[in-house]
Design a binder for this molecule. Structure first.
Ligand code: MN
Length: 289
C-alpha cells in the first residue's frame, strides 16, 4: 500500500502542533544521488509503527500532526532555497513545529532561515561531515556548505555539530576564525553519548533548538541508505538520545540525506522513527512541565 502522508498525521493545518513537509530535492548530492526519494519513503515506513510509544506513554494518534505534502520548486539549489523559505515561514509564524523530510542537506539552511527574524534559535547539527565549505563545485548552496550558511544566519555561537568525522583542512582553517563548535564522533566514542550531548546542548544558550539531522551521522552499518556514507559513526541509540535531550526545546527539525534505493528500507525506517521520537519527546516534556 502506498501512503502519501506521514503516519497518524490526520490533523488539519489549524489544529496541528507539528507540520510534516517533504523536500524531494537532491541536485547538490556530490557522491551518489537519490535523496529526492527520501520523503515519500520515510512516510511509507512511518506506517510500520504502533501509534503508542512505550517509553513516554504518548500515543501519536492523539497528537495533532499535519502533513503538508512535498514542498519546494526545483531549479537549482538557490531556487529551491527561495521557495522552501516561503513554504516553511508560515509554519513558524503560526507557532507550529516543522518536521522536514529531505532531500539533500542543501534543504536545511532555508528551513532555518525561515525562522522569524529577531527570534533566537540554536541549531544542533548532527552530521558525519562538517559541511563548512564557503562554496563547493561553484555552488554556495551545495549540501557541502550547509552548516556555513546556517552560521551566517544565526552566528557561530548558536550552532554546534555533533558526530562529525569528515572535514577538510580548509574547513578547519576557516573555522579557526569563525569558531563554530563541534563534538566529533571520536569524542562521542571516548566520552560517551550522555556527556557528549550535554556538552553540545550546553553550548547552545538559546531557549529554542532546531535539530538538523543528516542521516549519515549514523554509522553506515545501520543507515547505509544515504548518499555519502562515512564509517565510524554514531549508533541509532546515540542519535535517539540526542533527539530526546533536545526535544523539550524543539523549534523545528529536519531529517536529510535518506536515499532509499541503497538499502532494504532500514534507513527510511530509522528516519521515520527519529521523526516520531522528536514528536513524542516534545509532547512528553510539554505535559511534564
Ligand atoms: Mn553529511
Amino acid at each position: 500500500m502506498q501512503h502519501t502522508t506521514f503516519a497518524d498525521a490526520s490533523a488539519s493545518w489549524e489544529e496541528a502542533r507539528f507540520v510534516i513537509a517533504g523536500i524531494p530535492f537532491d541536485r547538490t548530492t556530490s557522491f551518489r544521488p537519490g535523496a529526492r526519494f527520501g520523503p515519500d519513503s520515510i512516510r511509507q515506513h512511518s506506517w510500520n509503527f504502533e501509534s503508542y510509544d512505550l517509553e513516554t506513554g504518548v500515543d501519536l494518534s492523539e497528537v495533532p500532526v499535519h502533513d503538508l505534502g512535498n514542498a519546494g520548486e526545483f531549479g537549482n539549489a538557490t531556487d529551491m532555497a527561495n521557495s522552501v523559505r516561503e513554504e516553511i515561514r508560515p509554519i513558524y509564524a503560526a507557532g507550529k513545529i516543522p518536521i522536514v523530510l529531505g532531500g539533500d542537506h542543501a534543504c536545511s539552511p532555508p528551513c532555518v532561515e525561515a525562522y522569524p527574524d529577531g527570534g533566537s534559535l540554536g541549531v544542533l547539527y548532527i552530521d558525519a561531515h562538517m559541511d563548512f565549505r564557503a562554496s563547493y563545485l561553484g555552488d554556495a548552496r551545495s549540501h557541502a556548505c550547509s552548516s556555513r550558511r546556517i552560521v551566517e544566519k544565526l552566528g557561530a555561537r548558536n550552532v554546534v555539530v555533533l558526530g562529525v568525522r569528515s572535514v577538510s583542512r580548509e574547513e578547519l582553517d576557516d573555522n579557526k576564525e569563525i569558531g563554530m563548535s563541534f563534538v566529533s564522533a571520536h569524542e562521542v566514542a571516548e566520552e560517551g553519548i550522555e556527556a557528549s550531548v550535554q556538552r553540545a546542548l550546553n553550548m547552545l544558550k538559546t531557549d529554542r533548538v532546531y535539530i538538523s539531522l543528516d542521516i549519515d551521522a549514523i554509522d553506515p552499518a545501520y543507515a547505509g541508505g544515504t548518499g555519502t556514507p562515512e564509517p565510524f559513526g554514531l549508533t541509532p541509540r546515540d542519535v535517539k538520545y540526542a533527539i530526546g535531550q533536545a526535544a523539550p526545546r524543539l523549534a523545528g527539525m529536519d531529517i536529510m540525506e535518506v536515499s532509499p534505493h541503497y538499502d532494504h528500507g532500514n534507513t527510511s525506517a530509522l528516519a521515520a522513527r527519529f521523526a516520531r521520537e522528536a514528536i513524542v519527546r516534545n509532547v512528553h516534556a510539554l505535559h511534564a512541565r
